[in-house]
Every structure is written in structure tokens, then in C-alpha cells.
Design a binder for this molecule. Sequence first.
Ligand SMILES: NC(=O)c1ccc[n+]([C@@H]2O[C@H](COP(=O)([O-])OP(=O)(O)OC[C@H]3O[C@@H](n4cnc5c(N)ncnc54)[C@H](OP(=O)(O)O)[C@@H]3O)[C@@H](O)[C@H]2O)c1
Length: 264
Amino acid sequence: MELNLTDKVAVVTGGSKGIGLAITEALGREGARVVVGSRTETTELAALRKRYDVAFHPVDLADADGADTLARAAADRHGRIDVLVNNVGATTPRSSFLDVDDAAWMHALNMTFLSAVRASRASLPHLLAHGEGAIVNISSVNARLPFPMVVDYSAAKAALSNLTKALSEEFAPRGVRVNAVAPGPVRTPFWTAPGAFADTVAASAGSTAQEALDQVVPQQMGISTGRITEPREVADLVVFLASPRAGNITGAEFVIDGGQIKTT
Ligand SMILES: NC(=O)c1ccc[n+]([C@@H]2O[C@H](COP(=O)([O-])OP(=O)(O)OC[C@H]3O[C@@H](n4cnc5c(N)ncnc54)[C@H](OP(=O)(O)O)[C@@H]3O)[C@@H](O)[C@H]2O)c1
């Protein structure tokens, strides 16, 4: 399917690894001009920069002015922004709600919710300037399936899903569509980094981290397909939603979880 993304300018937050990296690759493959914002450049992102029209802007999106500098860098480089993918988000496993203090709550809200608020606010004037554009927010099944182990992150993702709807209402009449993608577990450093969720699950299951991802997590979480999601599968959905082919889709949230969520 021709997605008509050639020469569109896309900003991807947190595009150096995992889902954001896969989205960057998929957008690049479609001929989009991509500007990635994250704190560091990985070798994988550097490799993409050689193959596609991808630029890297080092930025800490936890900073109040981080999103502004990213949007400005993209607009200065290409003169426009057509697509914003609010992908950045982070959490660590919690043992109990009682152990999550104000600083941890503020960090979760800042990284997972306010980063998207700020990036949307900074990018929307550019998206609106052409009367056509798209924002795709990377939410999570945890927005509607809150787990105690990620209590703060779940609440922040619920806020992001809520924001998706509010922005879609306000800006659809002016040509900007806003949608969300809500993945279940995806094979990225979010799970696989040392001390991250695969290690936590492995420790309680008495398995290796690899077994935790391939067997324990799908089983414990009731993933009907029997496997977690791959980053490129999320990327394919995001790129479609970002494209003009999804021209009448807005205010929607698309779950990609292998059947983990059992309710309608
Ligand atoms: N993996 C999953 O199972 C899963 C499931 C549902 C939803 N999600 C959501 O999908 C999104 C991407 O997750 P992922 O699994 O791909 O995460 P990841 O592998 O941990 O990658 C996170 C990305 O965000 C960047 N980042 C982190 N902190 C940053 C900061 N302060 N400023 C700028 N960039 C920052 C990282 O680069 P630097 O470290 O270089 O800054 C990296 O590029 C997140 O919103 C996550 O909540 C993930």
C-alpha cells in the first residue's frame, strides 16, 4: 500500500531504541524525513541515518524546554512538521504503591504524560500551518489494564489516552488527526535492559530473562497469540495512522497486544 508519506516531516520522541527506533525506520523506509529526539544516539540509529533521511537531535525530554528545542530543530531543518509521534515514556518495576513517593510519581507523569503534552504544544502550530497532519501517541494496555507493578506509569498512560481524545476533538476540524496506539509487552530495552521487567519476571519465576519474555510473560499475562509483540509490528500500525491513508481516523486508540485484553 502506498502510504503517501514521501517527504513528510516526522518528529519521533525517544527514537533511538525499541519502538521509537522501529517507527523511525518504518517512516524512513516510506520516504519521510525524520527528526529523532532522545538523550543519546545508539549505533542502530546512526546506521539508520546512513540509509534514510533521518536526523538526530540530542535532547532530554524530561526537561521543561526539551520538546520546544526538538520541534524547533525539526522546523528549522525542514521548514515544516507533518507528523509527531509521542513515543517517549519510561518506568521501573514497583514493589508496592506504598513505595512510590511524590518524586517517583512526578517522574512518571513527566516522562510519560507531560513530555507528550509539551511536544504536542510545540509541534501543533507547525502541523496546523498546513491544515493537514497527524499525531500518534504511544500509550499502553496499562492505560486500561492498570498493574500494581507499574501503578504510576499506568495512571500516566491513562492520562495520555485521555489527552489523545481531547486533542482529536479540538484539532480534527483544522486538519490534524490525533490517535493512540496501546501496545501490550513489546520486545525492547524497556523489558530487556539489565534490571528491567524481564529480569524482574525471571527472578520471581525462576527462569532466564529470555524464557521470561518468550514463555512466562505470554502465559502469565494471558496473551492469546502466545508471544509478545515485536517493535516493527507496532511501527507498521503507527506509520499507517500517521499517513494520509488513515485520513478519517481520529480520536481512536488501537490495541496491539496479541489478545491480552479480554474485554470489549
Ligand atoms: N516495550 C513495551 O513493552 C511497551 C508496551 C507498551 C507501551 N510502551 C511504550 O512505548 C514507548 C517506547 O517504549 P520502548 O519499549 O521502546 O522503550 P525503550 O526501549 O526504553 O526506549 C525508550 C526511548 O526513549 C528515550 N528516552 C528515555 N528517556 C528519555 C528522556 N528523558 N529524554 C529523551 N528521550 C528519552 C530512549 O533514549 P535515550 O535513553 O537515549 O534517551 C529511547 O530512545 C514508551 O512510551 C513505552 O511506555 C512500551
